[in-house]
Design a protein around this ligand. Structure first.
Ligand code: ATP
Ligand code: MG
Length: 556
């Protein structure tokens, strides 16, 4: 049988075509270029999977390049977080690079450009420069400083570099054309004065290169063959190529910029700037608050690297921007955890069950399978006794025939244990049910091979023994935003769409085997969902995060 061939996405098609025409396999090189001004989010995962995925596919190096050209927003903490996240996803970069390592080279090239009449120092205010830009249908106006002599430009650029020029006074601009159709080609700014210390170069530099100047040249220095970025950079491509021509040395490869569509996720925002605002305004606690769409938050919440990669691969690379449903991401998480997570029993909303015909001081340790999807996961013992907790919503005094859980006069099976029958219930003064009194069929123990054990009853419930249960803080999360696309409406602040009920913390009652659960360990609380031990958890106070709910309860 032939294996169906996966069709190439358009990026792979570009590479295949290039391999036929003008590139050798050995020349292929990619990079993932985050700006260290925040934590990586699920949108970045698409770019990471694209670039590192291509690296694996073509056996080509992929650099991790920090695009660190703006010291006002960038920090070492972000560099470390980004490295941690890419590593956790399972990818290995060929080289760890920094745009800041190229500051000197970029500066030297800028000098060359000034000497060749391709760049000049402009001393106008940023407002004046913006005004002269023109519009897509009208030409821009040339700066009165555009024809400064080379000597004057060199002198002034040096003063900028030495920090003698006050911030905001002069900029270095490429001399292209104020009449260019592409607005970005209208004498773009290459350098601005910024007297801020940089997390790597300290106070060595008083000028910092702009994105367009730094990015393409960094690609060139590293000899990246294909530089993939998101669609909004399409109009920048002309400038990318213009700069490349100015610095190109004959025998070196000229990198190729190509664009793909940004991926958005529903019910959240994927923009570092907006995520930072959520933290600053106190809507979430940190970059790794489990409600955030960051890779760090998803790790903390219990998502697996595989589920994130599967998600990125399943949505693929496209040419048109779209919003992917959060449910699809959760589907990928559930699918992976179903194979990996150990099953345990935990009750989050307890109702006491007393088995009146079960001896008072008796306890039994019953065999429970760890993962029906994975035989090698083995089994464990769970304690059973006369008093148990079940979920409140699993009992009703009366209910119709479709209610397969516990109701008066009817039977259910307790998972891994016995069949019980609800005989009566006890209520408090307000009429709330506080206890269910049951009888059990002592011959019906699961796996005991008796006739009674094989008896079919409709429902199966999870439970924990009251005396053996351990408690834990259980954090439940909901969507961070109430609407699918919080950033859609430009007139409404995205913060107005925040879901005020996205976080809830309750006490859960857990089977005792969980006492030794380690931070980051993932479990399926049977019939409820997947849960992961939070980083704040201690042996005295266990803390679990809900990763994702289960769509289905197990079949009776
Ligand atoms: P943000 O607006 O969140 O800061 P960014 O694009 O400015 O995003 P960078 O750190 O510059 O963030 O991004 C690194 C790489 O990841 C870039 O190549 C960028 O195009 C890509 N990327 C960022 N966001 C997304 C997204 N939502 N979908 C796909 N790729 C993305
Ligand atoms: Mg950015």
């Amino acid at each position: 049988m032939s294996v169906p061939k996966k069709s190439l996405n358009f990026i792979e098609q570009i590479i295949e075509d290039d391999l036929k025409n003008n590139y050798t396999r050995e020349q292929l090189k990619f990079r993932f270029p985050p700006e260290p001004n925040g934590y990586l989010h699920i949108g970045h995962a698409s770019s990471i999977c694209l670039n590192f995925g291509l690296g694996l596919k073509y056996n080509a190096p992929v650099n991790l390049r920090f695009d660190d050209t703006n010291p006002t927003k960038e920090e070492k903490e972000y560099v470390d977080a980004i490295k941690r996240d890419v590593k956790w996803l399972g990818y290995k970069w060929a080289k760890e690079c920094y745009a800041s390592d190229y500051f000197q080279q970029l500066y030297d090239w800028a000098i060359e450009m000034i000497k060749n009449g391709d760049a000049y120092v402009d001393s106008q205010t940023s407002e004046a420069i913006a005004e002269q830009k023109g519009t897509p249908t009208t030409k821009g106006i040339e700066s009165p400083y555009r024809n400064r002599t080379v000597e004057e430009n060199l002198e002034m650029f040096e003063a900028m570099k030495n920090g003698e020029t006050p911030e905001g006074r002069d900029v270095l601009r490429a001399k292209i054309s104020m009449g260019a159709k592409n607005m970005l080609m209208r004498d773009p700014i290459m350098y601005r004065c910024l007297h801020k210390p940089h997390h790597r170069t300290g106070s060595e530099w008083k000028i910092y290169p702009m994105y367009d100047w730094a990015h393409g040249q960094s690609d060139y220095i590293e000899q990246v063959s294909h530089s993939f970025c998101t669609l909004e950079f399409q109009p920048h491509r002309e400038l990318y190529n213009w700069f490349a021509k100015k610095v190109k040395v004959a025998d070196k490869l000229k990198p190729k910029q190509r664009e793909f569509a940004r991926r958005n996720l529903s019910h959240t925002v994927v923009s570092k700037r907006k995520l930072l605002l959520l933290i600053e305004k106190g809507f979430v606690k940190s970059w790794d608050d489990p409600r955030m769409p960051t890779i760090s938050a998803m790790r903390r919440r219990g998502y697996t690297p595989e589920s994130i990669i599967n998600f990125a691969e399943s949505i693929g690379i496209g040419k048109r921007e779209n919003t992917v449903s959060f449910s699809h991401l959760e589907f990928c998480v559930r699918e992976d955890l179903n194979k990996k997570a150990q099953r345990v029993m935990a009750v989050l909303n307890p109702l006491k069950v007393v088995i009146t015909n079960y001896p008072e001081n008796k306890e039994e340790w019953l065999e429970a399978e760890n993962n029906p999807e994975d035989e090698s996961a083995g089994s464990r013992k769970v304690p059973f006794s006369r008093e148990l907790y079940i979920e409140k919503e699993d009992f009703r005094e009366e209910a119709n025939r479709k209610f397969f859980r516990l109701k008066l006069g009817k039977e259910v099976r307790l998972k891994n244990a016995y069949i019980i029958k609800a005989e009566s219930c006890v209520k408090d003064d307000d009429g709330n049910i506080i206890e269910v009194r049951c009888s059990y069929d002592k011959d019906s123990r699961s796996g005991s091979n008796t006739e009674a054990s094989k008896r079919k009853v409709k429902g199966t419930l999870h439970w924990v023994s009251v005396n053996h249960a351990i408690t834990a803080q259980v954090n439940l999360y909901d969507r961070l935003f109430k609407v699918e696309n919080p950033s859609q409406d430009k007139d409404v602040d995205f913060l107005e769409h925040i879901n005020p009920d996205s976080f809830q913390s309750i006490t859960g009652y857990l089977e005792p085997s969980l006492a030794n659960a380690k931070i980051q360990e993932r479990f399926q609380f049977q019939r409820i969902g997947y849960f992961c031990v939070d980083k704040t958890s201690t042996s005295k106070q266990l803390v679990f995060n809900k990763t994702v709910g289960l769509r289905d309860s197990w079949k009776g």
